[in-house]
Each structure stands twice: as structure tokens, then as C-alpha cells.
Design a protein around this ligand. Sequence first.
Ligand code: NDP
Ligand code: MG
Length: 388
Amino acid sequence: MKNIVILGATGSIGTQSLEVIEANRGFRAFALSAHSNIAVLETQIRKFRPQFACVTNEEKAAELKIKTADIGTKILAGTAGLEEIAAHPEADTVITGIVGIAGLAPTLAAVEAKKRIGLANKETLVTAGDMVMERAGQTGAEIIPVDSEHSAVFQCLAARVNRDNFDSEVKRILLTASGGPFFGKTKDELTQITAKEALRHPNWSMGAKITVDSATLMNKGLEVIEAKHLFGVPFEKIDVFVHRQSIVHSMVEFADNAVIAQLGAPDMKLPIQYAITYPERLSMHGNEPDLTKTPLTFDKPDFETFRCLPLAISAGKTGGTMPAVLNGANEAAVALFLNGKIRFLDIADLVEGAMCAHKTMKRPSLSQIFEADKWAREYVCAKLHTLH
Ligand code: NDP
Ligand code: MG
């Protein structure tokens, strides 16, 4: 029986992880976390009876403790509670389904405790990729991607035999992007976009933040940085293609020009389950890909209209604290956009402004990364009154 910890159990990745657990006899929900949605967490606790549940909002944690007093689940609170469940000696696999840089500290705790990590929280690698990958190499923690593109690349690379010749054998990583709801639109057409329109993703059903990131293409930019750290390749070896059908989840091109791709339905349950069972594969029902959705098309992204993508690549190339600034400014700007406080195109302007105003610190410590994140959020708030 595998003990699974789900950080962010009430979110899109979290609830799909629970569906994977429910469908497999060999997996058990060992610990679950939420930030404030205790109504959904209580339902999950009653159904899955985990050993632990953690609510990062301390008041809500106290409320949940009273509501679930009749159940044996131990209720923890705050970020300390998150770190406790992520590093628990009885935990086998930790799925990181928390959104934003809030996922960094518990992921690091799981790395220190040498866990297998099903990594969905890409912001961890965007903000602190060097540190997290270095520590994982030292502790022996396994980081298996859950992000569908990276799971696809991971699956394509698993077909290789000789790991020593990685640099010469792997020519390029080709990340696919759906293009989001505004593919093909001009900048003029994007000026009046509302949050409701941005939240209407054509192929995937996800949390609000990543859905907006998909519409701005920031998501693909974050994924380029994520791929760089996960697979240890330079940015020059990572390309992005817009693939509207979301059937090819990503590809790897090898030295002899062979391109290996992973295809599947747009369903996160496959990469979640694979992160738990790797190197084995278990059967899965109901997510057969519709290969009649052909032709499969691949286009170059529009870097000029969707500026978040080149901004992210540039932040990644700069390194140090710059990706944390990009990420922090983006998290703050997306929250403002979702609250109707700024316009769609302001997101890229604010992120770019923060990046220009930031003096990069090389090889930052964890606290310097959190400082850079905080600085970027404050920058965005301070700039708010200068817009429009
Ligand atoms: P959701 O918004 O659906 O869920 C976020 C989860 O994180 C919720 O459980 C939420 O709790 C919790 N949470 C929010 N803020 C905090 C915080 N400050 N501290 C602790 N927990 C918090 O997000 P998604 O599931 O869509 O995305 C999660 C991560 O996975 C993101 O990093 C995203 O980029 C990545 N990802 C998601 C994919 C998807 O298909 N959804 C695909 C690939 C990657 P509560 O409900 O209580 O607020
Ligand atoms: Mg993805």
C-alpha cells in the first residue's frame, strides 16, 4: 500500500489525485492539505479517512478540528503542518498541488526527507530550481513531473538507453502549448479581455491562476524554466510549439533527428498516476485519446503579442533572483486581473516593469528568494495607481 500525501487536495490537481487514488487499490490518501476551503476538505476527510489533514489558514484549521472531532484524522495547521506531512516518515509519495510560491517550502521539506515527489507546483522550480534540484541530487529525493508537458518529456526520455551521453544525444526538447483561448488574436483585440473570457480554456479544466497563465502564455514560459531544471538542458535546447489539439503533450528530438512524442487525452490523471507508479504503468479507464482529432498542427508562438513567454525565458536565462521576481510579479498581477483591478495586457507590463527595476542576485539563499518574491509583489501593488 502506497501512502500518498496531497498538498493542495482541494484544487484541480488535488481532486484529480484523489480520483486516481480512488481508482487504485494499492494507493492510500495518507495526508491532505487545503488553504481555507475546509468544506471540501471535510468531505474529503470523511470519504478518504487520511491520517493527517493540514489547513494553512490557522483559524480555519481550528474550525475544521471541531467539525471533524468524530473522526480519527489529526488536524495540523499552518506552513509548519504542511512541512510535517510532506516529510512524514510513513509518506511514500508527495503530490505538490499547491498553487504559487506557497508550494516551495513544503516541496523542499519533501526533498530533504528523500521522498518521491509528483511535482505539479511548477513555481517551486521557477523560483528555486537550482537549489531544489541540487538538494534532490544530494538527498536522493525523486522528482517526477506531473505537469503534462514535462511528464511527456520524461516519458520520451525513458525510452533512451545510455544516460551518459545525454548532452550529445538529446538535441531539443519540444514543449507543446495549447495557445490558450486567445490564440491568433492581435494585441488590439486583447485590450478589453475580461477575467471570465480568460478563464474559458479550450482544452483543460484547471485552477484560476494557471488558466490565466495559459491565456497569457506565461504558463509556457514558466514551463520552459521548469524543463530547464528538471532535465538539466540549456534554454537554447528548449523550443515551444503551439499545438491546438492538446493531444501531443510534448516531444524530444534526438541527435539523429528522430522525434519521440507522447500522445494522450488532455487529462491530468495520467501524469499524476504515472508519477506515483513510475517506472511501472497501471491501467486507466476513460481517458483514451481521440486520435481522429487530426490533423495535428504545430505553429510557432506569437512572441510579440504574448510577451509573458519571452519575458519568462529572459528571466530564466538571467537566473539568480530574476525568475522569483518574474513569478512574484505575475502572481500578484494575475490576482489583480482576476479581481477586475487591472487589464489583461497590464499583466505583461507589470511583470516587465518589475524585472527591469530588479537588480539580480546570483546564487540566492532561500530567504533571498522569498525576499525577491515579496519585493516583486510590492512593486506590482505600488505601480497599480499609475496604470490607465
Ligand atoms: P487550484 O487553484 O485548483 O488549487 C490550488 C490548491 O492550493 C488548493 O488546494 C488551495 O487550497 C491550495 N492553496 C492555495 N493557496 C495556498 C497557500 N497560500 N498555501 C497553501 N495552499 C494553498 O490550482 P491547480 O490545481 O490548478 O494548480 C496547482 C499547481 O499545479 C499549480 O502550481 C499549477 O501550475 C500546477 N499545474 C496544474 C495543472 C492543472 O491541470 N490544474 C496542470 C499542470 C500544473 P484552497 O482550496 O483551500 O484554497
Ligand atoms: Mg503544463
